[in-house]
Design a protein around this ligand. Structure first.
Ligand code: PPE
Length: 307
């Protein structure tokens, strides 16, 4: 269960957690009209730091643009709101969830006259795929559900509605005893997890599906691409056939919530040696060294929250 914090930001004001309510007939409830972000704030020796805030705000603005749902606040206002929210709630590490939604007004699919509302909440959120996952790896399956198809729901938008597909994937996986599922895209190529991007390693080369494979343009994905490039590890963004998953040396998920999580089996087929592989470990260590403030923030990924 969620542990409430003191404040939630709503349209420019801080309101008590318990008062962040919407009407049941708000457009978003019937029609799924929301876009959102998930951002982590990490505790470092020099205080809390928000990870890639600029990129998350940009993606939320992109999502809003795709859905013709202009955010009634500037990037700078959103940025300041998030920094202030974390500070006010007194959390040293947390997960920040800004949501842009179509609110209460008219009923019906066409939503031009419903107000666009913005809420930002934050709370403490632990390890997404379990405590053990980051070291030992997780057991996953290929979903019987495909990922959202091109030109149906736009995958580059992080919209609430996309997560109906994610829910089908995740529920099925969990009921069948798996931690998470990997979806194939409409053409049958590897797409992504219900809430993670995916990377596959074979013979020292790293592969990840391109943005055209119905994946969310993950910010952790982008961070791993940068870390791999810096380390001189070759990364190929290309379509990946399902069976590549079974014969890979290493497979791992990336995501804000899941961070960098190794996968140790897929459909009960052991991946590589059945534990976190060396390339996964190397990238994971580099990633954690930056977010934990153990290595300098050489890519400019961290935003201080201040006193
Ligand atoms: N794909 C999907 C479908 C997805 O939801 C996420 C994030 C990613 C890829 C990775 O993107 P990024 O976080 O920018 O690296 N999923 C968020 C939602 C988790 C949730 O259960 O809610 C997250 O990781 O915060």
């Amino acid at each position: 269960m969620l542990t409430p914090t003191e404040k939630i930001w709503h349209n420019g004001r801080f309101i008590p957690w318990q008062e962040a309510k919407i009407h049941v007939l708000s457009h978003v409830v019937s029609y799924g009209s929301s876009v959102f972000e998930g951002i982590r704030c990490y505790e470092t020796p020099s205080g809390p730091r928000i990870f890639r805030l600029r990129e998350h705000i940009r993606r939320m603005e992109d999502s809003s643009k795709i859905y013709r749902m202009p955010v009634p606040f500037s990037s700078q206002q959103l940025r300041e709101a998030m920094i202030e929210l974390v500070r006010l709630n007194g959390l040293s590490s947390c997960y920040i969830r800004p949501i842009v939604l179509r609110g209460y007004g008219e009923m019906g699919v066409h939503s031009g006259r419903n107000p666009v509302e913005v809420y930002i909440a934050c709370w403490e959120w632990g390890k997404y795929l379990g405590e053990e996952a980051l070291a030992a790896g997780v057991d996953v399956c290929v979903s019987s559900w495909n990922r959202i198809a091109p030109n149906t729901l736009p995958a580059l938008a992080k919209a609430g509605g996309n997560y109906l597909n994610s829910q089908l994937m995740r529920m099925e996986a969990n009921l069948n005893g798996y931690v998470e599922a990997i979806a194939l895209d409409e053409a049958g190529y590897v797409s992504e997890g219900s809430g993670e991007n995916i990377f596959v390693v074979r013979d020292g080369k790293i592969f990840t599906p391109p943005l055209g494979a119905s994946v969310l343009p993950g910010i952790t994905r982008d961070s791993i691409l940068q870390l791999a490039a810096e380390a001189g590890l070759p990364v190929i963004e290309t379509i990946i056939p399902r069976e590549m998953l079974y014969i890979a040396d290493e497979v791992f998920f990336t995501g804000t919530a899941a961070e960098v999580s190794p996968i140790r089996s897929i459909d009960r087929i052991t991946v590589g040696a059945g534990c976190r592989g060396p390339i996964t470990e190397r990238l994971q260590k580099e990633f954690f060294a930056i977010i934990d403030g153990k290595k300098p923030d050489r890519f400019g990924w961290l935003t201080p929250v201040g006193a």
